[in-house]
Design a protein around this ligand. Structure first.
Ligand SMILES: O=C(O)[C@@H](CO)OP(=O)(O)O
Ligand SMILES: [Mg+2]
Length: 431
């Protein structure tokens, strides 16, 4: 059988932050070879599947992934060789069993995910289908709104900019993905000029967004609004905003610490803070507005803003089906962030997506702050019809490669491609 796995080989490479990460090659008996790279987060949720790192003090790359590489080459590969690469569920299940822990701590979620994605890509080549169609079926045609993080803060900017981690523009008023991409690039350049005019730094954070020393956490919205206008576009009508506060990073002793504004806010005050932002700016999506440890306050946030905007859980759900189920039954948000490496296999990610979508929740696909040039998530976004994704600024190769892949997909679908637009967002459109 030509689609049988002939070999699987992992190696250590560097990610966009210059840290070691894992990449995996999967060779089929027919000679097809496919590769996948695994990303790595900085503001991680405590319940994410475990990213296995070495602890070798003698090596320059003390925090390398050589053990994870070894686990692929010596433990996982021998069990998968000879299996049919199109049997994704079987392959992922074998790896989950082989690991035997609830959070992939033994073999490493990075090792397992590298194999899971390389196998899927090899199977798509074998099936002669583009990856988005192999994963999503013949109807997959929805191009996402690219939510571009053009201003970075928090840990991604070494705490030298805003307290909130990601200020994104959402070009939902465009007619096509290509047009949206062009708008974002124009806005990014307009923002750069504006920052220069104002004497602000144009240095960038981990995801390619600018990270100036702003005076408040609202100022980035003012700057981005001006940049949108300077690019000849209409704030709110054509381009709105999305925000990832990454609030777990700000949470201490039951309060949210806003260093930039010298404030310590109780959760209810934090909710009020967001209400004000929603009143002042066209914010359409808020991710991790509160901390993963502050579950009960999420319910308040959802009561206050859940009918108006999309409320996405990242650290709190970690793409984990059981936690998402609990979140849905307790009505604490209306959308889940989808990160493959938080859970560690393609199959489990697709299970979470299906459950969330069947529950009428949003699914917002995401990169990690440490990335490779792999664009798997672009195909995944179209495959699951997520309608929106975030993968950084329209600058830096590892980010633009993912947007460029979406351009290719849109081109390939031709007139049958559909741009998600404002309907991508779970509120207010779908209510
Ligand atoms: O918080 C996030 O959503 C991500 C991606 O932007 O950051 P990290 O990969 O550092 O967790
Ligand atoms: Mg996040």
């Amino acid at each position: 059988m030509q689609e049988k796995i002939a070999s699987i080989k992992a190696r250590e490479i560097l990610d966009s932050r210059g840290n070691p990460t894992i990449e995996v090659d999967c060779l089929l008996e027919c000679g097809i070879i496919a590769r996948a790279g695994v990303p790595s987060g900085a503001s991680t949720g405590s319940k994410e599947a475990i990213e296995l790192r070495d602890n070798d003090k003698k090596r320059f790359f003390g925090k390398g992934v050589l053990q994870a590489v070894k686990n692929v080459n010596e433990i996982i590969a021998p069990k998968l060789i000879g299996l049919n690469a199109t049997k994704q569920k079987q392959i992922d299940s074998i790896m989950i069993e082989l690991d035997g822990t609830p959070n992939k701590a033994k073999l490493g979620a990075n090792a397992i995910l590298g194999v899971s994605l390389a196998v899927a890509r090899a199977a798509s080549y074998f099936s002669n289908l583009p990856l988005y169609q192999y994963l999503g079926g013949p109807n997959a045609n929805l191009l996402p709104v690219p939510c571009m993080n053009i201003m970075n803060g928090g840990i991604h900017a070494n705490w030298q900019g805003a307290d909130f981690q990601e200020f994104m523009i959402a070009p939902y008023g465009a007619n096509t993905f290509k047009e949206a991409y062009e708008w974002c690039s124009e806005i990014y350049q307009a923002l750069k000029s504006l920052l220069k005019e104002k004497g602000y730094s144009v240095g960038v954070g981990d995801e390619g967004g600018f990270a100036p020393l702003v005076k408040s956490n609202e100022e980035p919205f003012e700057l981005m609004s001006k940049a949108i206008e300077n690019a000849g576009l209409k704030v709110g009508e054509q381009v709105g905003f999305a925000l990832d506060t990454a609030a777990s990073e700000l949470y201490k002793d039951g309060k949210y610490i806003l260093r930039r504004e010298k404030k310590e806010l109780e959760p209810t005050k934090m909710v009020k803070y967001y209400e004000k932002i929603v009143n002042n700016f066209p914010l359409i999506l808020l991710e991790d507005g509160l901390a993963e440890y502050d579950w009960d306050s999420w319910k308040i946030l959802n009561k206050v803003l859940g009918e108006k905007i999309e409320l996405v859980g990242d650290d709190i759900f970690v793409t984990n089906l059981e936690i998402v189920k609990r979140g849905i039954s307790e009505n604490i948000a209306n959308s889940v962030l989808i990160k493959l490496n938080q859970i560690g296999t393609l199959s489990e990610t697709l299970d979470t997506v299906k459950y969330a979508q069947n529950s009428k929740w949003g699914t917002f696909v995401s990169h990690r702050s440490g990335e490779t040039t792999d664009s798997f998530i672009s195909d995944l976004t179209v495959a699951i019809g997520a309608g929106h994704l975030k993968t950084g600024a329209p600058a830096r190769g590892e980010r633009v490669e993912k947007y460029n892949q979406l351009l290719r997909i849109e081109e390939e679908l031709g007139k049958y491609a559909k741009y998600a637009g404002k309907n991508a967002f779970i509120r207010p459109i779908r209510s």
